[in-house]
Design a binder for this molecule. Sequence first.
Ligand code: EPU
Length: 440
Amino acid sequence: MDVFKIQGGTSLCGTVAVSGSKNAALPMMAAALLTDGKTILNNVPDLVDVRTLSSLLTSLGCEMTRHANGSLSLEVVDESHSEADYELVRKMRASVCVMGPLLARRGHARVSLPGGCNIGHRPIDIHLRGFAALGAQIDIHQGDIILQATQLRGADIDLAGPNGSTVTGTCNLLTAAVLAQGKSRLTSAAMEPEVVALADLLNEMGAKISGQGTPTLEVEGVAELSPTTQTVIPDRIEAATLMIASAMTRGKLTIQNVNPLHLSAVTTVLQEIGVSIHESGVSQLEIACERELSPVNITALPYPGIPTDIQAQLTALLCTLPGRSVIRDQVFPDRFMHCAELNRMNAKIRQQGDRALITGVAQLQGAHVMASDLRASAALVLAALAARDETVIHRIYHLDRGYEALETKLNLLGANVTRCREEDAQRRSPSERTNLRRSA
Ligand code: EPU
C-alpha cells in the first residue's frame, strides 16, 4: 500500500486546472447502457472509481476505450448479462447506478446490495421505492437486489429521505423513467450539478426531461435513445479542496476549469472566513489570503448548500483559525472519522452528535495518520500542508479513488508531497527523529 509523506509549511502558489467530476462521470458512464452505438464522454478523470465502473460496464457487455485526450468511448455490444458482481459493488457503492439503465433497457438487473460505509448509514430504500412505483418487481436474494419489469410505466415518485434527497437515487430513477411508458414526476429530487449533467446527457440522447436543477423533474418517456458526445463538468469538490488548500497555506492560487456557480456556497463561506476570491476570465478563480481569517459556524446540506463532500476539508481549515467554530453535517451526520486523526495532528475537535466543535490552534503538527475515506483523506492532506514538520498519511488508496494526480498538482504549486510504499514510511525521517527527541 502507498502512503503520502508531506513536509508542511510552504504556501501554495501558481495555477492549477481542475479535472472532470467523478460524481458526474459515473452516472453518465452508466447511462451509455441505455443506447446502441457509441457514447463519447470528454473530460473523464482517470481515477480508480472510474476504472472500477469501467470494469463493471465491461462485464455488462460494454466496450470501453480511453483516449489520450481524456475521452472515454462506450459501446454496448452484448446485452445478455445484467448482473453486477459483488466484488465490484463492494469496491464502490456508486456501482448501484447501473440499476436504472439495466432495468429500463434490459428489463432485468441483479446488483449486490451495498454494505457498510465509513461515512455513515447509506441505505438505498428510496431507489427501490422509486423502481417499485415504476412497476418493477423487487426481490432480495442472497444479498442481491433483483429487479424485473417487462415495461416500466411512468409514475409520481417522491425522493425525500430523512437527510434530504438522494443524488444517486435521483440519477437511478431518471435513467429508468426516460424509457418508461408515459409521464413520470420526480419530486424532492436532488438538485446537485451532477444530476443536471446527467439529465443534460439524457436529453442529448433524445430523452424528454425538464426541471433539472429544481426539486421537480418531469420526464416524458421515449421508446429509445441514441448515443451522443458530451463533456463531463468540472469537479466542484476538487476545486473547493484546492480553494481550501490555498487558504490553509496562506497561498495564492489561480484555479482553472471551474464553474463558479457550482461553488457559490463554498465561496460564500470562505469569503465570510476572510479568504479573498475573485472570478477572472472564463471558468477561473483567483484565491488569496490578504487578511486574518476568522472562525465560522457551518452546516453541510444538499445542493445548493455547502456540500458534505467538503465538510472534512473545511474542518481542517477551521482547526487552524483562532477561536471557536462549529461544523454540522446534515447529509451524513456521522461523517466525522477525520476528526480523531486531525486531533493526532494537534487539532482540538470534539464531536457531539452531528457536529464537530473546533477550537483553533496556532499550529498543526505533523504525525502518522490514517485516511478513512476519500474526503477525510483530502482533509488530512490539507492539514499536512499547513502543519509543522512531516506528516505520513496511510491508506491513501482512498484518495486515488477520487482525486486525479493530486500530488502532481500540489507539487507543481510548491508543496512537498512524496508517494512511497508503506514499508519505507515506517523508517523515521530526520525531522521526525528530531521531534521524538524534542518530545522525549
Ligand atoms: N439516503 C437514504 N435512502 C436512500 C438513499 C440515501 O436515506 O435510498 C440518505 C443517505 O443515507 C444520506 C442522504 O440520503 O444521508 C444523501 O445520500 P445520497 O443518496 O444523496 O448519497 P449518494 O448518492 O450515495 C452521492 C455522492 C457522495 C456524496 C453524496 C451527497 C456519488 C457517487 N456519491 O452519494 O459523494 O457525499 O451524494 O452529496 O455521487 C464522495 O464523492 O466522496 C461522496 C461520498
